[in-house]
Design a protein around this ligand. Structure first.
Ligand SMILES: Nc1ncnc2c1ncn2[C@@H]1O[C@H](COP(=O)(O)OP(=O)(O)OP(=O)(O)O)[C@@H](O)[C@H]1O
Length: 307
Protein backbone atom coordinates (compact mmCIF):
# COMPACT_ATOMS: atom_id res chain seq x y z
CA UNK A 1 0.00 0.00 0.00
CA UNK A 2 1.52 3.30 -1.04
CA UNK A 3 0.94 6.71 0.46
CA UNK A 4 -1.36 8.90 -1.61
CA UNK A 5 -0.77 12.47 -2.67
CA UNK A 6 -3.88 14.46 -3.49
CA UNK A 7 -4.08 17.02 -6.24
CA UNK A 8 -6.84 19.49 -5.62
CA UNK A 9 -7.17 20.38 -9.27
CA UNK A 10 -6.75 24.12 -8.77
CA UNK A 11 -10.32 24.57 -7.63
CA UNK A 12 -10.98 28.24 -7.21
CA UNK A 13 -12.30 29.49 -3.91
CA UNK A 14 -12.96 33.07 -5.02
CA UNK A 15 -16.54 34.29 -4.72
CA UNK A 16 -18.57 34.11 -7.89
CA UNK A 17 -18.28 37.27 -10.04
CA UNK A 18 -20.86 40.02 -9.43
CA UNK A 19 -22.25 39.71 -12.97
CA UNK A 20 -23.28 36.16 -12.19
CA UNK A 21 -25.16 37.28 -9.11
CA UNK A 22 -27.24 39.54 -11.34
CA UNK A 23 -28.56 36.55 -13.23
CA UNK A 24 -29.96 35.18 -10.04
CA UNK A 25 -32.18 38.07 -9.10
CA UNK A 26 -35.68 36.64 -8.98
CA UNK A 27 -34.63 33.04 -8.57
CA UNK A 28 -35.82 31.78 -5.23
CA UNK A 29 -33.19 30.70 -2.78
CA UNK A 30 -33.98 27.30 -1.38
CA UNK A 31 -32.70 28.52 1.95
CA UNK A 32 -31.82 31.87 3.44
CA UNK A 33 -28.34 33.25 3.92
CA UNK A 34 -28.54 32.62 7.64
CA UNK A 35 -29.15 28.96 6.92
CA UNK A 36 -25.66 28.15 5.67
CA UNK A 37 -24.23 24.90 6.98
CA UNK A 38 -23.09 24.76 10.55
CA UNK A 39 -20.18 22.67 11.68
CA UNK A 40 -22.80 20.38 13.15
CA UNK A 41 -24.46 19.86 9.78
CA UNK A 42 -25.03 16.15 10.27
CA UNK A 43 -27.48 16.54 13.12
CA UNK A 44 -31.07 15.69 12.34
CA UNK A 45 -32.38 19.10 13.41
CA UNK A 46 -30.45 20.75 10.61
CA UNK A 47 -30.60 17.98 8.04
CA UNK A 48 -32.57 18.20 4.84
CA UNK A 49 -32.00 14.59 3.92
CA UNK A 50 -31.80 11.53 6.17
CA UNK A 51 -31.32 7.88 5.34
CA UNK A 52 -32.12 5.68 8.28
CA UNK A 53 -31.14 1.99 8.25
CA UNK A 54 -31.45 1.73 4.47
CA UNK A 55 -30.91 -1.68 2.96
CA UNK A 56 -31.24 -2.48 -0.73
CA UNK A 57 -30.63 -5.79 -2.43
CA UNK A 58 -30.89 -7.20 -5.93
CA UNK A 59 -31.58 -10.91 -5.59
CA UNK A 60 -28.62 -12.18 -3.59
CA UNK A 61 -26.56 -9.00 -4.02
CA UNK A 62 -26.74 -6.59 -1.11
CA UNK A 63 -26.13 -3.19 -2.70
CA UNK A 64 -26.70 -1.15 0.48
CA UNK A 65 -26.49 -2.42 4.01
CA UNK A 66 -27.85 -0.49 7.01
CA UNK A 67 -26.95 2.93 5.67
CA UNK A 68 -27.48 5.86 8.03
CA UNK A 69 -26.77 9.24 6.54
CA UNK A 70 -27.74 12.83 7.29
CA UNK A 71 -27.08 15.72 4.96
CA UNK A 72 -27.14 19.23 6.40
CA UNK A 73 -28.75 22.21 4.73
CA UNK A 74 -26.36 23.84 2.29
CA UNK A 75 -23.82 21.08 2.62
CA UNK A 76 -21.83 19.64 -0.29
CA UNK A 77 -21.54 15.93 0.40
CA UNK A 78 -19.59 13.52 -1.80
CA UNK A 79 -20.14 9.79 -1.85
CA UNK A 80 -17.09 7.84 -2.97
CA UNK A 81 -16.00 4.23 -3.06
CA UNK A 82 -14.78 1.49 -5.38
CA UNK A 83 -16.83 0.24 -8.32
CA UNK A 84 -19.90 -1.62 -7.13
CA UNK A 85 -19.71 -0.08 -3.64
CA UNK A 86 -23.31 1.18 -3.82
CA UNK A 87 -22.91 4.87 -4.77
CA UNK A 88 -25.44 4.89 -7.60
CA UNK A 89 -27.77 2.77 -5.49
CA UNK A 90 -27.85 5.48 -2.82
CA UNK A 91 -28.64 8.18 -5.39
CA UNK A 92 -31.33 5.98 -6.87
CA UNK A 93 -32.86 5.30 -3.46
CA UNK A 94 -32.90 9.02 -2.64
CA UNK A 95 -34.44 9.85 -5.99
CA UNK A 96 -37.06 7.12 -5.68
CA UNK A 97 -35.86 4.95 -8.56
CA UNK A 98 -35.27 2.09 -6.12
CA UNK A 99 -37.33 1.42 -3.05
CA UNK A 100 -35.22 0.13 -0.16
CA UNK A 101 -36.01 -3.30 1.29
CA UNK A 102 -35.70 -1.75 4.70
CA UNK A 103 -35.17 1.65 6.26
CA UNK A 104 -36.40 5.12 5.42
CA UNK A 105 -35.50 8.16 3.39
CA UNK A 106 -36.64 11.47 4.86
CA UNK A 107 -36.64 14.89 3.27
CA UNK A 108 -36.68 17.70 5.81
CA UNK A 109 -37.94 15.18 8.34
CA UNK A 110 -40.77 13.89 6.13
CA UNK A 111 -40.94 10.30 4.99
CA UNK A 112 -39.94 10.08 1.36
CA UNK A 113 -39.75 6.36 0.70
CA UNK A 114 -43.06 6.20 -1.14
CA UNK A 115 -42.66 9.24 -3.39
CA UNK A 116 -42.81 8.36 -7.10
CA UNK A 117 -39.91 9.59 -9.22
CA UNK A 118 -42.05 11.94 -11.31
CA UNK A 119 -43.08 13.76 -8.12
CA UNK A 120 -39.51 14.22 -6.98
CA UNK A 121 -39.10 17.82 -8.13
CA UNK A 122 -42.18 18.84 -6.20
CA UNK A 123 -40.42 17.52 -3.11
CA UNK A 124 -37.43 19.73 -3.81
CA UNK A 125 -35.07 17.18 -5.33
CA UNK A 126 -33.43 17.39 -8.78
CA UNK A 127 -30.75 15.22 -10.28
CA UNK A 128 -28.36 14.83 -13.15
CA UNK A 129 -27.40 11.50 -14.65
CA UNK A 130 -24.16 9.60 -15.13
CA UNK A 131 -24.90 9.36 -18.85
CA UNK A 132 -26.18 12.49 -20.52
CA UNK A 133 -29.98 12.61 -20.62
CA UNK A 134 -30.64 15.74 -22.66
CA UNK A 135 -33.09 16.17 -25.52
CA UNK A 136 -30.39 16.34 -28.18
CA UNK A 137 -32.70 17.71 -30.87
CA UNK A 138 -34.02 20.56 -28.72
CA UNK A 139 -32.30 23.85 -28.10
CA UNK A 140 -30.30 24.35 -24.92
CA UNK A 141 -32.91 26.83 -23.69
CA UNK A 142 -35.78 24.41 -24.32
CA UNK A 143 -33.91 21.66 -22.48
CA UNK A 144 -33.60 23.91 -19.46
CA UNK A 145 -37.23 25.04 -19.72
CA UNK A 146 -38.14 21.34 -19.53
CA UNK A 147 -36.74 21.38 -16.00
CA UNK A 148 -39.67 23.61 -14.98
CA UNK A 149 -42.32 21.28 -16.43
CA UNK A 150 -43.34 20.04 -13.00
CA UNK A 151 -44.40 23.56 -12.02
CA UNK A 152 -46.96 23.76 -14.83
CA UNK A 153 -50.44 24.10 -13.43
CA UNK A 154 -52.40 24.78 -16.62
CA UNK A 155 -54.19 21.82 -18.20
CA UNK A 156 -52.96 20.04 -21.31
CA UNK A 157 -55.87 21.54 -23.29
CA UNK A 158 -55.04 24.97 -21.89
CA UNK A 159 -51.46 24.60 -23.09
CA UNK A 160 -52.55 23.60 -26.60
CA UNK A 161 -55.15 26.37 -26.74
CA UNK A 162 -52.61 28.88 -25.44
CA UNK A 163 -54.68 29.96 -22.43
CA UNK A 164 -53.57 33.00 -20.45
CA UNK A 165 -52.30 30.87 -17.58
CA UNK A 166 -50.38 28.55 -19.91
CA UNK A 167 -48.77 31.52 -21.69
CA UNK A 168 -47.79 33.15 -18.40
CA UNK A 169 -46.23 29.88 -17.20
CA UNK A 170 -44.30 29.58 -20.46
CA UNK A 171 -42.95 33.11 -20.19
CA UNK A 172 -41.99 32.57 -16.57
CA UNK A 173 -40.26 29.25 -17.33
CA UNK A 174 -38.28 30.75 -20.22
CA UNK A 175 -37.31 33.75 -18.14
CA UNK A 176 -36.02 31.57 -15.31
CA UNK A 177 -34.27 29.23 -17.72
CA UNK A 178 -32.53 32.19 -19.36
CA UNK A 179 -31.33 33.41 -15.97
CA UNK A 180 -29.94 30.00 -15.05
CA UNK A 181 -28.16 29.88 -18.41
CA UNK A 182 -26.62 33.23 -17.54
CA UNK A 183 -25.62 31.95 -14.12
CA UNK A 184 -23.81 29.00 -15.69
CA UNK A 185 -22.25 31.10 -18.47
CA UNK A 186 -24.30 29.32 -21.13
CA UNK A 187 -26.31 32.23 -22.56
CA UNK A 188 -24.25 32.25 -25.75
CA UNK A 189 -25.34 28.69 -26.60
CA UNK A 190 -29.00 29.02 -25.57
CA UNK A 191 -30.23 28.68 -29.18
CA UNK A 192 -27.92 25.81 -30.12
CA UNK A 193 -29.22 22.25 -30.36
CA UNK A 194 -28.07 20.53 -27.18
CA UNK A 195 -26.68 17.55 -29.09
CA UNK A 196 -24.25 19.75 -31.02
CA UNK A 197 -22.45 21.07 -27.93
CA UNK A 198 -19.12 19.73 -26.69
CA UNK A 199 -19.54 17.11 -24.00
CA UNK A 200 -18.44 19.34 -21.12
CA UNK A 201 -21.02 21.98 -22.02
CA UNK A 202 -23.75 19.35 -22.30
CA UNK A 203 -22.97 18.29 -18.75
CA UNK A 204 -23.33 21.92 -17.70
CA UNK A 205 -26.69 22.15 -19.50
CA UNK A 206 -27.82 19.18 -17.43
CA UNK A 207 -26.82 21.09 -14.33
CA UNK A 208 -28.83 24.06 -15.61
CA UNK A 209 -31.90 21.90 -16.16
CA UNK A 210 -31.64 20.58 -12.62
CA UNK A 211 -31.06 24.03 -11.08
CA UNK A 212 -33.99 25.69 -12.85
CA UNK A 213 -36.24 23.52 -10.70
CA UNK A 214 -34.81 25.40 -7.69
CA UNK A 215 -34.20 22.20 -5.79
CA UNK A 216 -33.44 22.06 -2.09
CA UNK A 217 -31.34 18.99 -2.83
CA UNK A 218 -29.31 18.51 -5.97
CA UNK A 219 -28.12 14.99 -6.75
CA UNK A 220 -25.18 14.83 -9.15
CA UNK A 221 -24.19 11.45 -10.54
CA UNK A 222 -20.58 11.78 -11.74
CA UNK A 223 -20.96 15.40 -12.88
CA UNK A 224 -17.34 15.64 -14.05
CA UNK A 225 -17.03 12.27 -15.78
CA UNK A 226 -15.32 12.54 -19.15
CA UNK A 227 -14.38 16.19 -18.67
CA UNK A 228 -11.03 17.86 -19.16
CA UNK A 229 -9.27 19.17 -16.06
CA UNK A 230 -10.35 22.74 -16.94
CA UNK A 231 -13.97 21.69 -17.42
CA UNK A 232 -13.90 19.86 -14.09
CA UNK A 233 -12.65 22.94 -12.29
CA UNK A 234 -15.32 25.08 -13.93
CA UNK A 235 -18.01 22.59 -13.02
CA UNK A 236 -16.78 22.47 -9.43
CA UNK A 237 -16.95 26.28 -9.29
CA UNK A 238 -20.52 26.25 -10.60
CA UNK A 239 -21.61 23.61 -8.10
CA UNK A 240 -20.07 25.62 -5.29
CA UNK A 241 -21.74 28.78 -6.63
CA UNK A 242 -25.13 27.03 -6.64
CA UNK A 243 -24.65 26.20 -3.00
CA UNK A 244 -23.30 29.60 -2.03
CA UNK A 245 -25.78 31.66 -4.01
CA UNK A 246 -28.94 29.56 -4.04
CA UNK A 247 -28.41 27.65 -0.80
CA UNK A 248 -28.73 24.33 -2.61
CA UNK A 249 -27.71 21.20 -0.73
CA UNK A 250 -25.57 19.00 -2.98
CA UNK A 251 -25.00 15.25 -2.90
CA UNK A 252 -22.58 14.03 -5.53
CA UNK A 253 -20.87 10.89 -6.69
CA UNK A 254 -17.52 11.52 -8.30
CA UNK A 255 -14.49 9.37 -9.04
CA UNK A 256 -11.98 12.19 -9.37
CA UNK A 257 -10.65 12.32 -5.84
CA UNK A 258 -8.87 15.63 -6.37
CA UNK A 259 -12.16 17.28 -7.33
CA UNK A 260 -14.03 15.57 -4.50
CA UNK A 261 -11.63 16.65 -1.82
CA UNK A 262 -11.47 20.23 -3.08
CA UNK A 263 -15.21 20.69 -3.47
CA UNK A 264 -16.86 18.78 -0.65
CA UNK A 265 -17.60 19.77 2.93
CA UNK A 266 -17.99 16.13 3.86
CA UNK A 267 -17.15 12.81 2.27
CA UNK A 268 -18.89 9.49 2.83
CA UNK A 269 -17.05 6.35 1.78
CA UNK A 270 -18.83 3.17 0.81
CA UNK A 271 -17.36 -0.29 0.42
CA UNK A 272 -19.42 -3.38 -0.41
CA UNK A 273 -22.62 -1.48 0.37
CA UNK A 274 -21.48 -0.39 3.81
CA UNK A 275 -20.51 3.05 5.03
CA UNK A 276 -16.90 2.78 6.17
CA UNK A 277 -16.14 6.47 6.74
CA UNK A 278 -17.98 9.77 7.06
CA UNK A 279 -16.00 12.94 7.71
CA UNK A 280 -14.24 15.97 6.35
CA UNK A 281 -11.98 15.49 3.32
CA UNK A 282 -8.94 15.64 5.62
CA UNK A 283 -10.36 13.04 7.99
CA UNK A 284 -11.28 10.70 5.18
CA UNK A 285 -7.91 10.98 3.45
CA UNK A 286 -6.19 10.03 6.70
CA UNK A 287 -8.50 7.08 7.42
CA UNK A 288 -6.53 3.85 7.04
CA UNK A 289 -9.63 1.82 6.29
CA UNK A 290 -10.45 4.17 3.41
CA UNK A 291 -6.89 4.06 2.10
CA UNK A 292 -6.98 0.27 2.17
CA UNK A 293 -10.40 -0.06 0.57
CA UNK A 294 -10.29 2.70 -1.99
CA UNK A 295 -7.69 5.41 -2.06
CA UNK A 296 -4.78 3.02 -2.19
CA UNK A 297 -6.13 1.60 -5.41
CA UNK A 298 -7.60 4.83 -6.74
CA UNK A 299 -7.49 5.04 -10.51
CA UNK A 300 -5.38 7.56 -12.33
CA UNK A 301 -7.11 10.78 -13.17
CA UNK A 302 -7.97 11.78 -16.71
CA UNK A 303 -4.63 13.49 -17.17
CA UNK A 304 -2.86 10.21 -16.55
CA UNK A 305 -1.45 11.39 -13.24
CA UNK A 306 -1.68 9.40 -10.06
CA UNK A 307 -3.99 10.90 -7.46
N1 LIG B 1 -30.27 -3.00 -11.30
C1 LIG B 1 -29.42 -3.83 -10.71
N2 LIG B 1 -29.61 -5.16 -10.77
C2 LIG B 1 -28.76 -6.01 -10.16
N3 LIG B 1 -27.69 -5.64 -9.43
C3 LIG B 1 -27.46 -4.32 -9.34
C4 LIG B 1 -28.30 -3.35 -9.96
N4 LIG B 1 -27.83 -2.12 -9.66
C5 LIG B 1 -26.73 -2.30 -8.91
N5 LIG B 1 -26.51 -3.63 -8.72
C6 LIG B 1 -25.44 -4.22 -7.91
O1 LIG B 1 -25.42 -3.52 -6.67
C7 LIG B 1 -24.08 -3.28 -6.26
C8 LIG B 1 -23.88 -1.78 -6.10
O2 LIG B 1 -23.94 -1.18 -7.39
P1 LIG B 1 -23.88 0.39 -7.63
O3 LIG B 1 -24.11 0.61 -9.10
O4 LIG B 1 -24.75 1.08 -6.68
O5 LIG B 1 -22.36 0.67 -7.28
P2 LIG B 1 -21.47 1.96 -7.61
O6 LIG B 1 -20.67 2.23 -6.40
O7 LIG B 1 -22.33 3.05 -8.14
O8 LIG B 1 -20.53 1.41 -8.76
P3 LIG B 1 -19.85 2.19 -10.01
O9 LIG B 1 -18.78 3.06 -9.43
O10 LIG B 1 -19.27 1.07 -10.83
O11 LIG B 1 -20.93 2.96 -10.72
C9 LIG B 1 -23.18 -3.91 -7.32
O12 LIG B 1 -22.82 -5.20 -6.88
C10 LIG B 1 -24.06 -3.98 -8.53
O13 LIG B 1 -23.69 -5.04 -9.37
Amino acid sequence: MHAMTFAFGGLGSAPFPPDVQEHLVGLDRSSRADETPSSDAATNENSVLDLVGVRLSFGGVVALSDIDLSVGRGEILAIIGPNGAGKSSIINVISGVYRPDRGRVRLSGRDHTQVPTQALARHGVARTFQNLALFRGLSVLDNVVAGRAYRTRSSFIGQIAGSGQARAEQVDARDRAARVLGFLHLSHVGDRLAGTLPYGLQKRVELARALVAEPKILLLDEPMAGMTATEKNEMADFVRAARDTLGTTVVLIEHDIGVVMGLSDRVVVLDYGRKIADGTPDEVQANQRVIDAYLGVAPENDDGEGI
